[in-house]
Design a protein around this ligand. Structure first.
Ligand code: SAM
Length: 241
């Protein structure tokens, strides 16, 4: 998979891409990650990439010319997604869609964002990581790349873990425990130490359902409520107090 990132802070992006799991996957050639400096195609003595907005108002706007020139020179993999608070909100489903393809590219904004001609004519879509405003698109790009990369075969050591975690099947993950069996006065639930694999699987599924129902009822609603079998599991393993 090839992923290209366009940014005014290529060193910051490069440092992220060289760290941890993603850095390892990059070094092993599982991920082809390329960073492009948006300033590299800026002209003029000051190599300006931003200018004041037409119509007035606070802040500066990223100019179309250097951004188009940088992207066109790189011929990056598509879709090219602009990071913007006004974009489609990124989620696990979209991460899985991007992970199933051969690659994609991310355009990081700064200042007050992009000249609208970039949004209208250069990118294939816009992505937001949530309803808040960051100073730049780099952190949003890190979120997208990390969520997608860990779904790409060969990036995670244990691929099974992605099938069981939060948002798989629209449910939150069950609680996890490790040693010791009793910490202070808090014991690990007996069923997890019982050796009964079927009971463990049922308990985990029931905890997932109960957690999701309590914390994210919107996810339960999205999957069309609970089946009779799930209600019975909840009754058996996670009855309401
Ligand atoms: N003036 C813009 C607005 O009101 O929508 C905000 C610009 S923001 C200060 C600068 C850059 O940060 C944006 O161009 C975008 O690339 C990035 N950014 C900020 N918030 C973001 C979010 N929630 N998701 C993705 N990118 C974001």
């Amino acid at each position: 998979m090839r992923v290209d990132v366009f940014s005014l802070f290529p060193d910051l992006v490069g440092a992220f891409l060289d760290a941890s799991l993603i850095g390892k996957a990059r070094a092993e050639g599982v991920l082809d990650l390329r960073v492009h400096d948006l300033r590299s195609h800026a002209s003029g003595v000051h190599r300006a990439v931003d200018d004041a907005p037409y119509g007035g108002g606070a802040g500066m706007v990223l100019m179309a010319e250097p951004v188009f020139a940088c992207v066109e020179a790189a011929a990056p993999p598509r879709p090219l997604l602009g990071l913007a608070p006004s974009g489609r909100v990124f989620d696990q489903g979209l991460a899985a869609e991007l992970a199933a393809g051969d690659g994609f590219s991310l355009l990081c904004g700064r200042y007050e964002g992009f000249d609208a001609r970039i949004t209208d004519n250069l990118v294939d879509g816009e992505l937001s990581i949530g309803d808040y405003v960051l100073a730049g698109g780099e952190v949003a790009a890190f979120v997208v790349i990390e969520a997608v990369a860990r779904l790409v075969p060969g990036v995670l050591g244990n691929q099974a873990s992605v099938d069981e975690e939060s948002f798989a099947d629209d449910l939150l993950e069950y609680p996890q425990y490790t040693r010791p069996p009793v910490f202070r006065h808090w014991p690990v639930p007996d069923v997890l130490r019982s050796g009964d694999h079927r009971a463990v699987a049922e308990w985990r599924r029931a905890q997932s359902l109960a957690r999701t129902q309590a914390r994210r009822p919107d996810l339960i609603e999205r999957r069309g409520g609970l089946t009779d079998e799930e209600k019975a599991l909840l009754e058996r393993w996670a009855p309401e107090e």
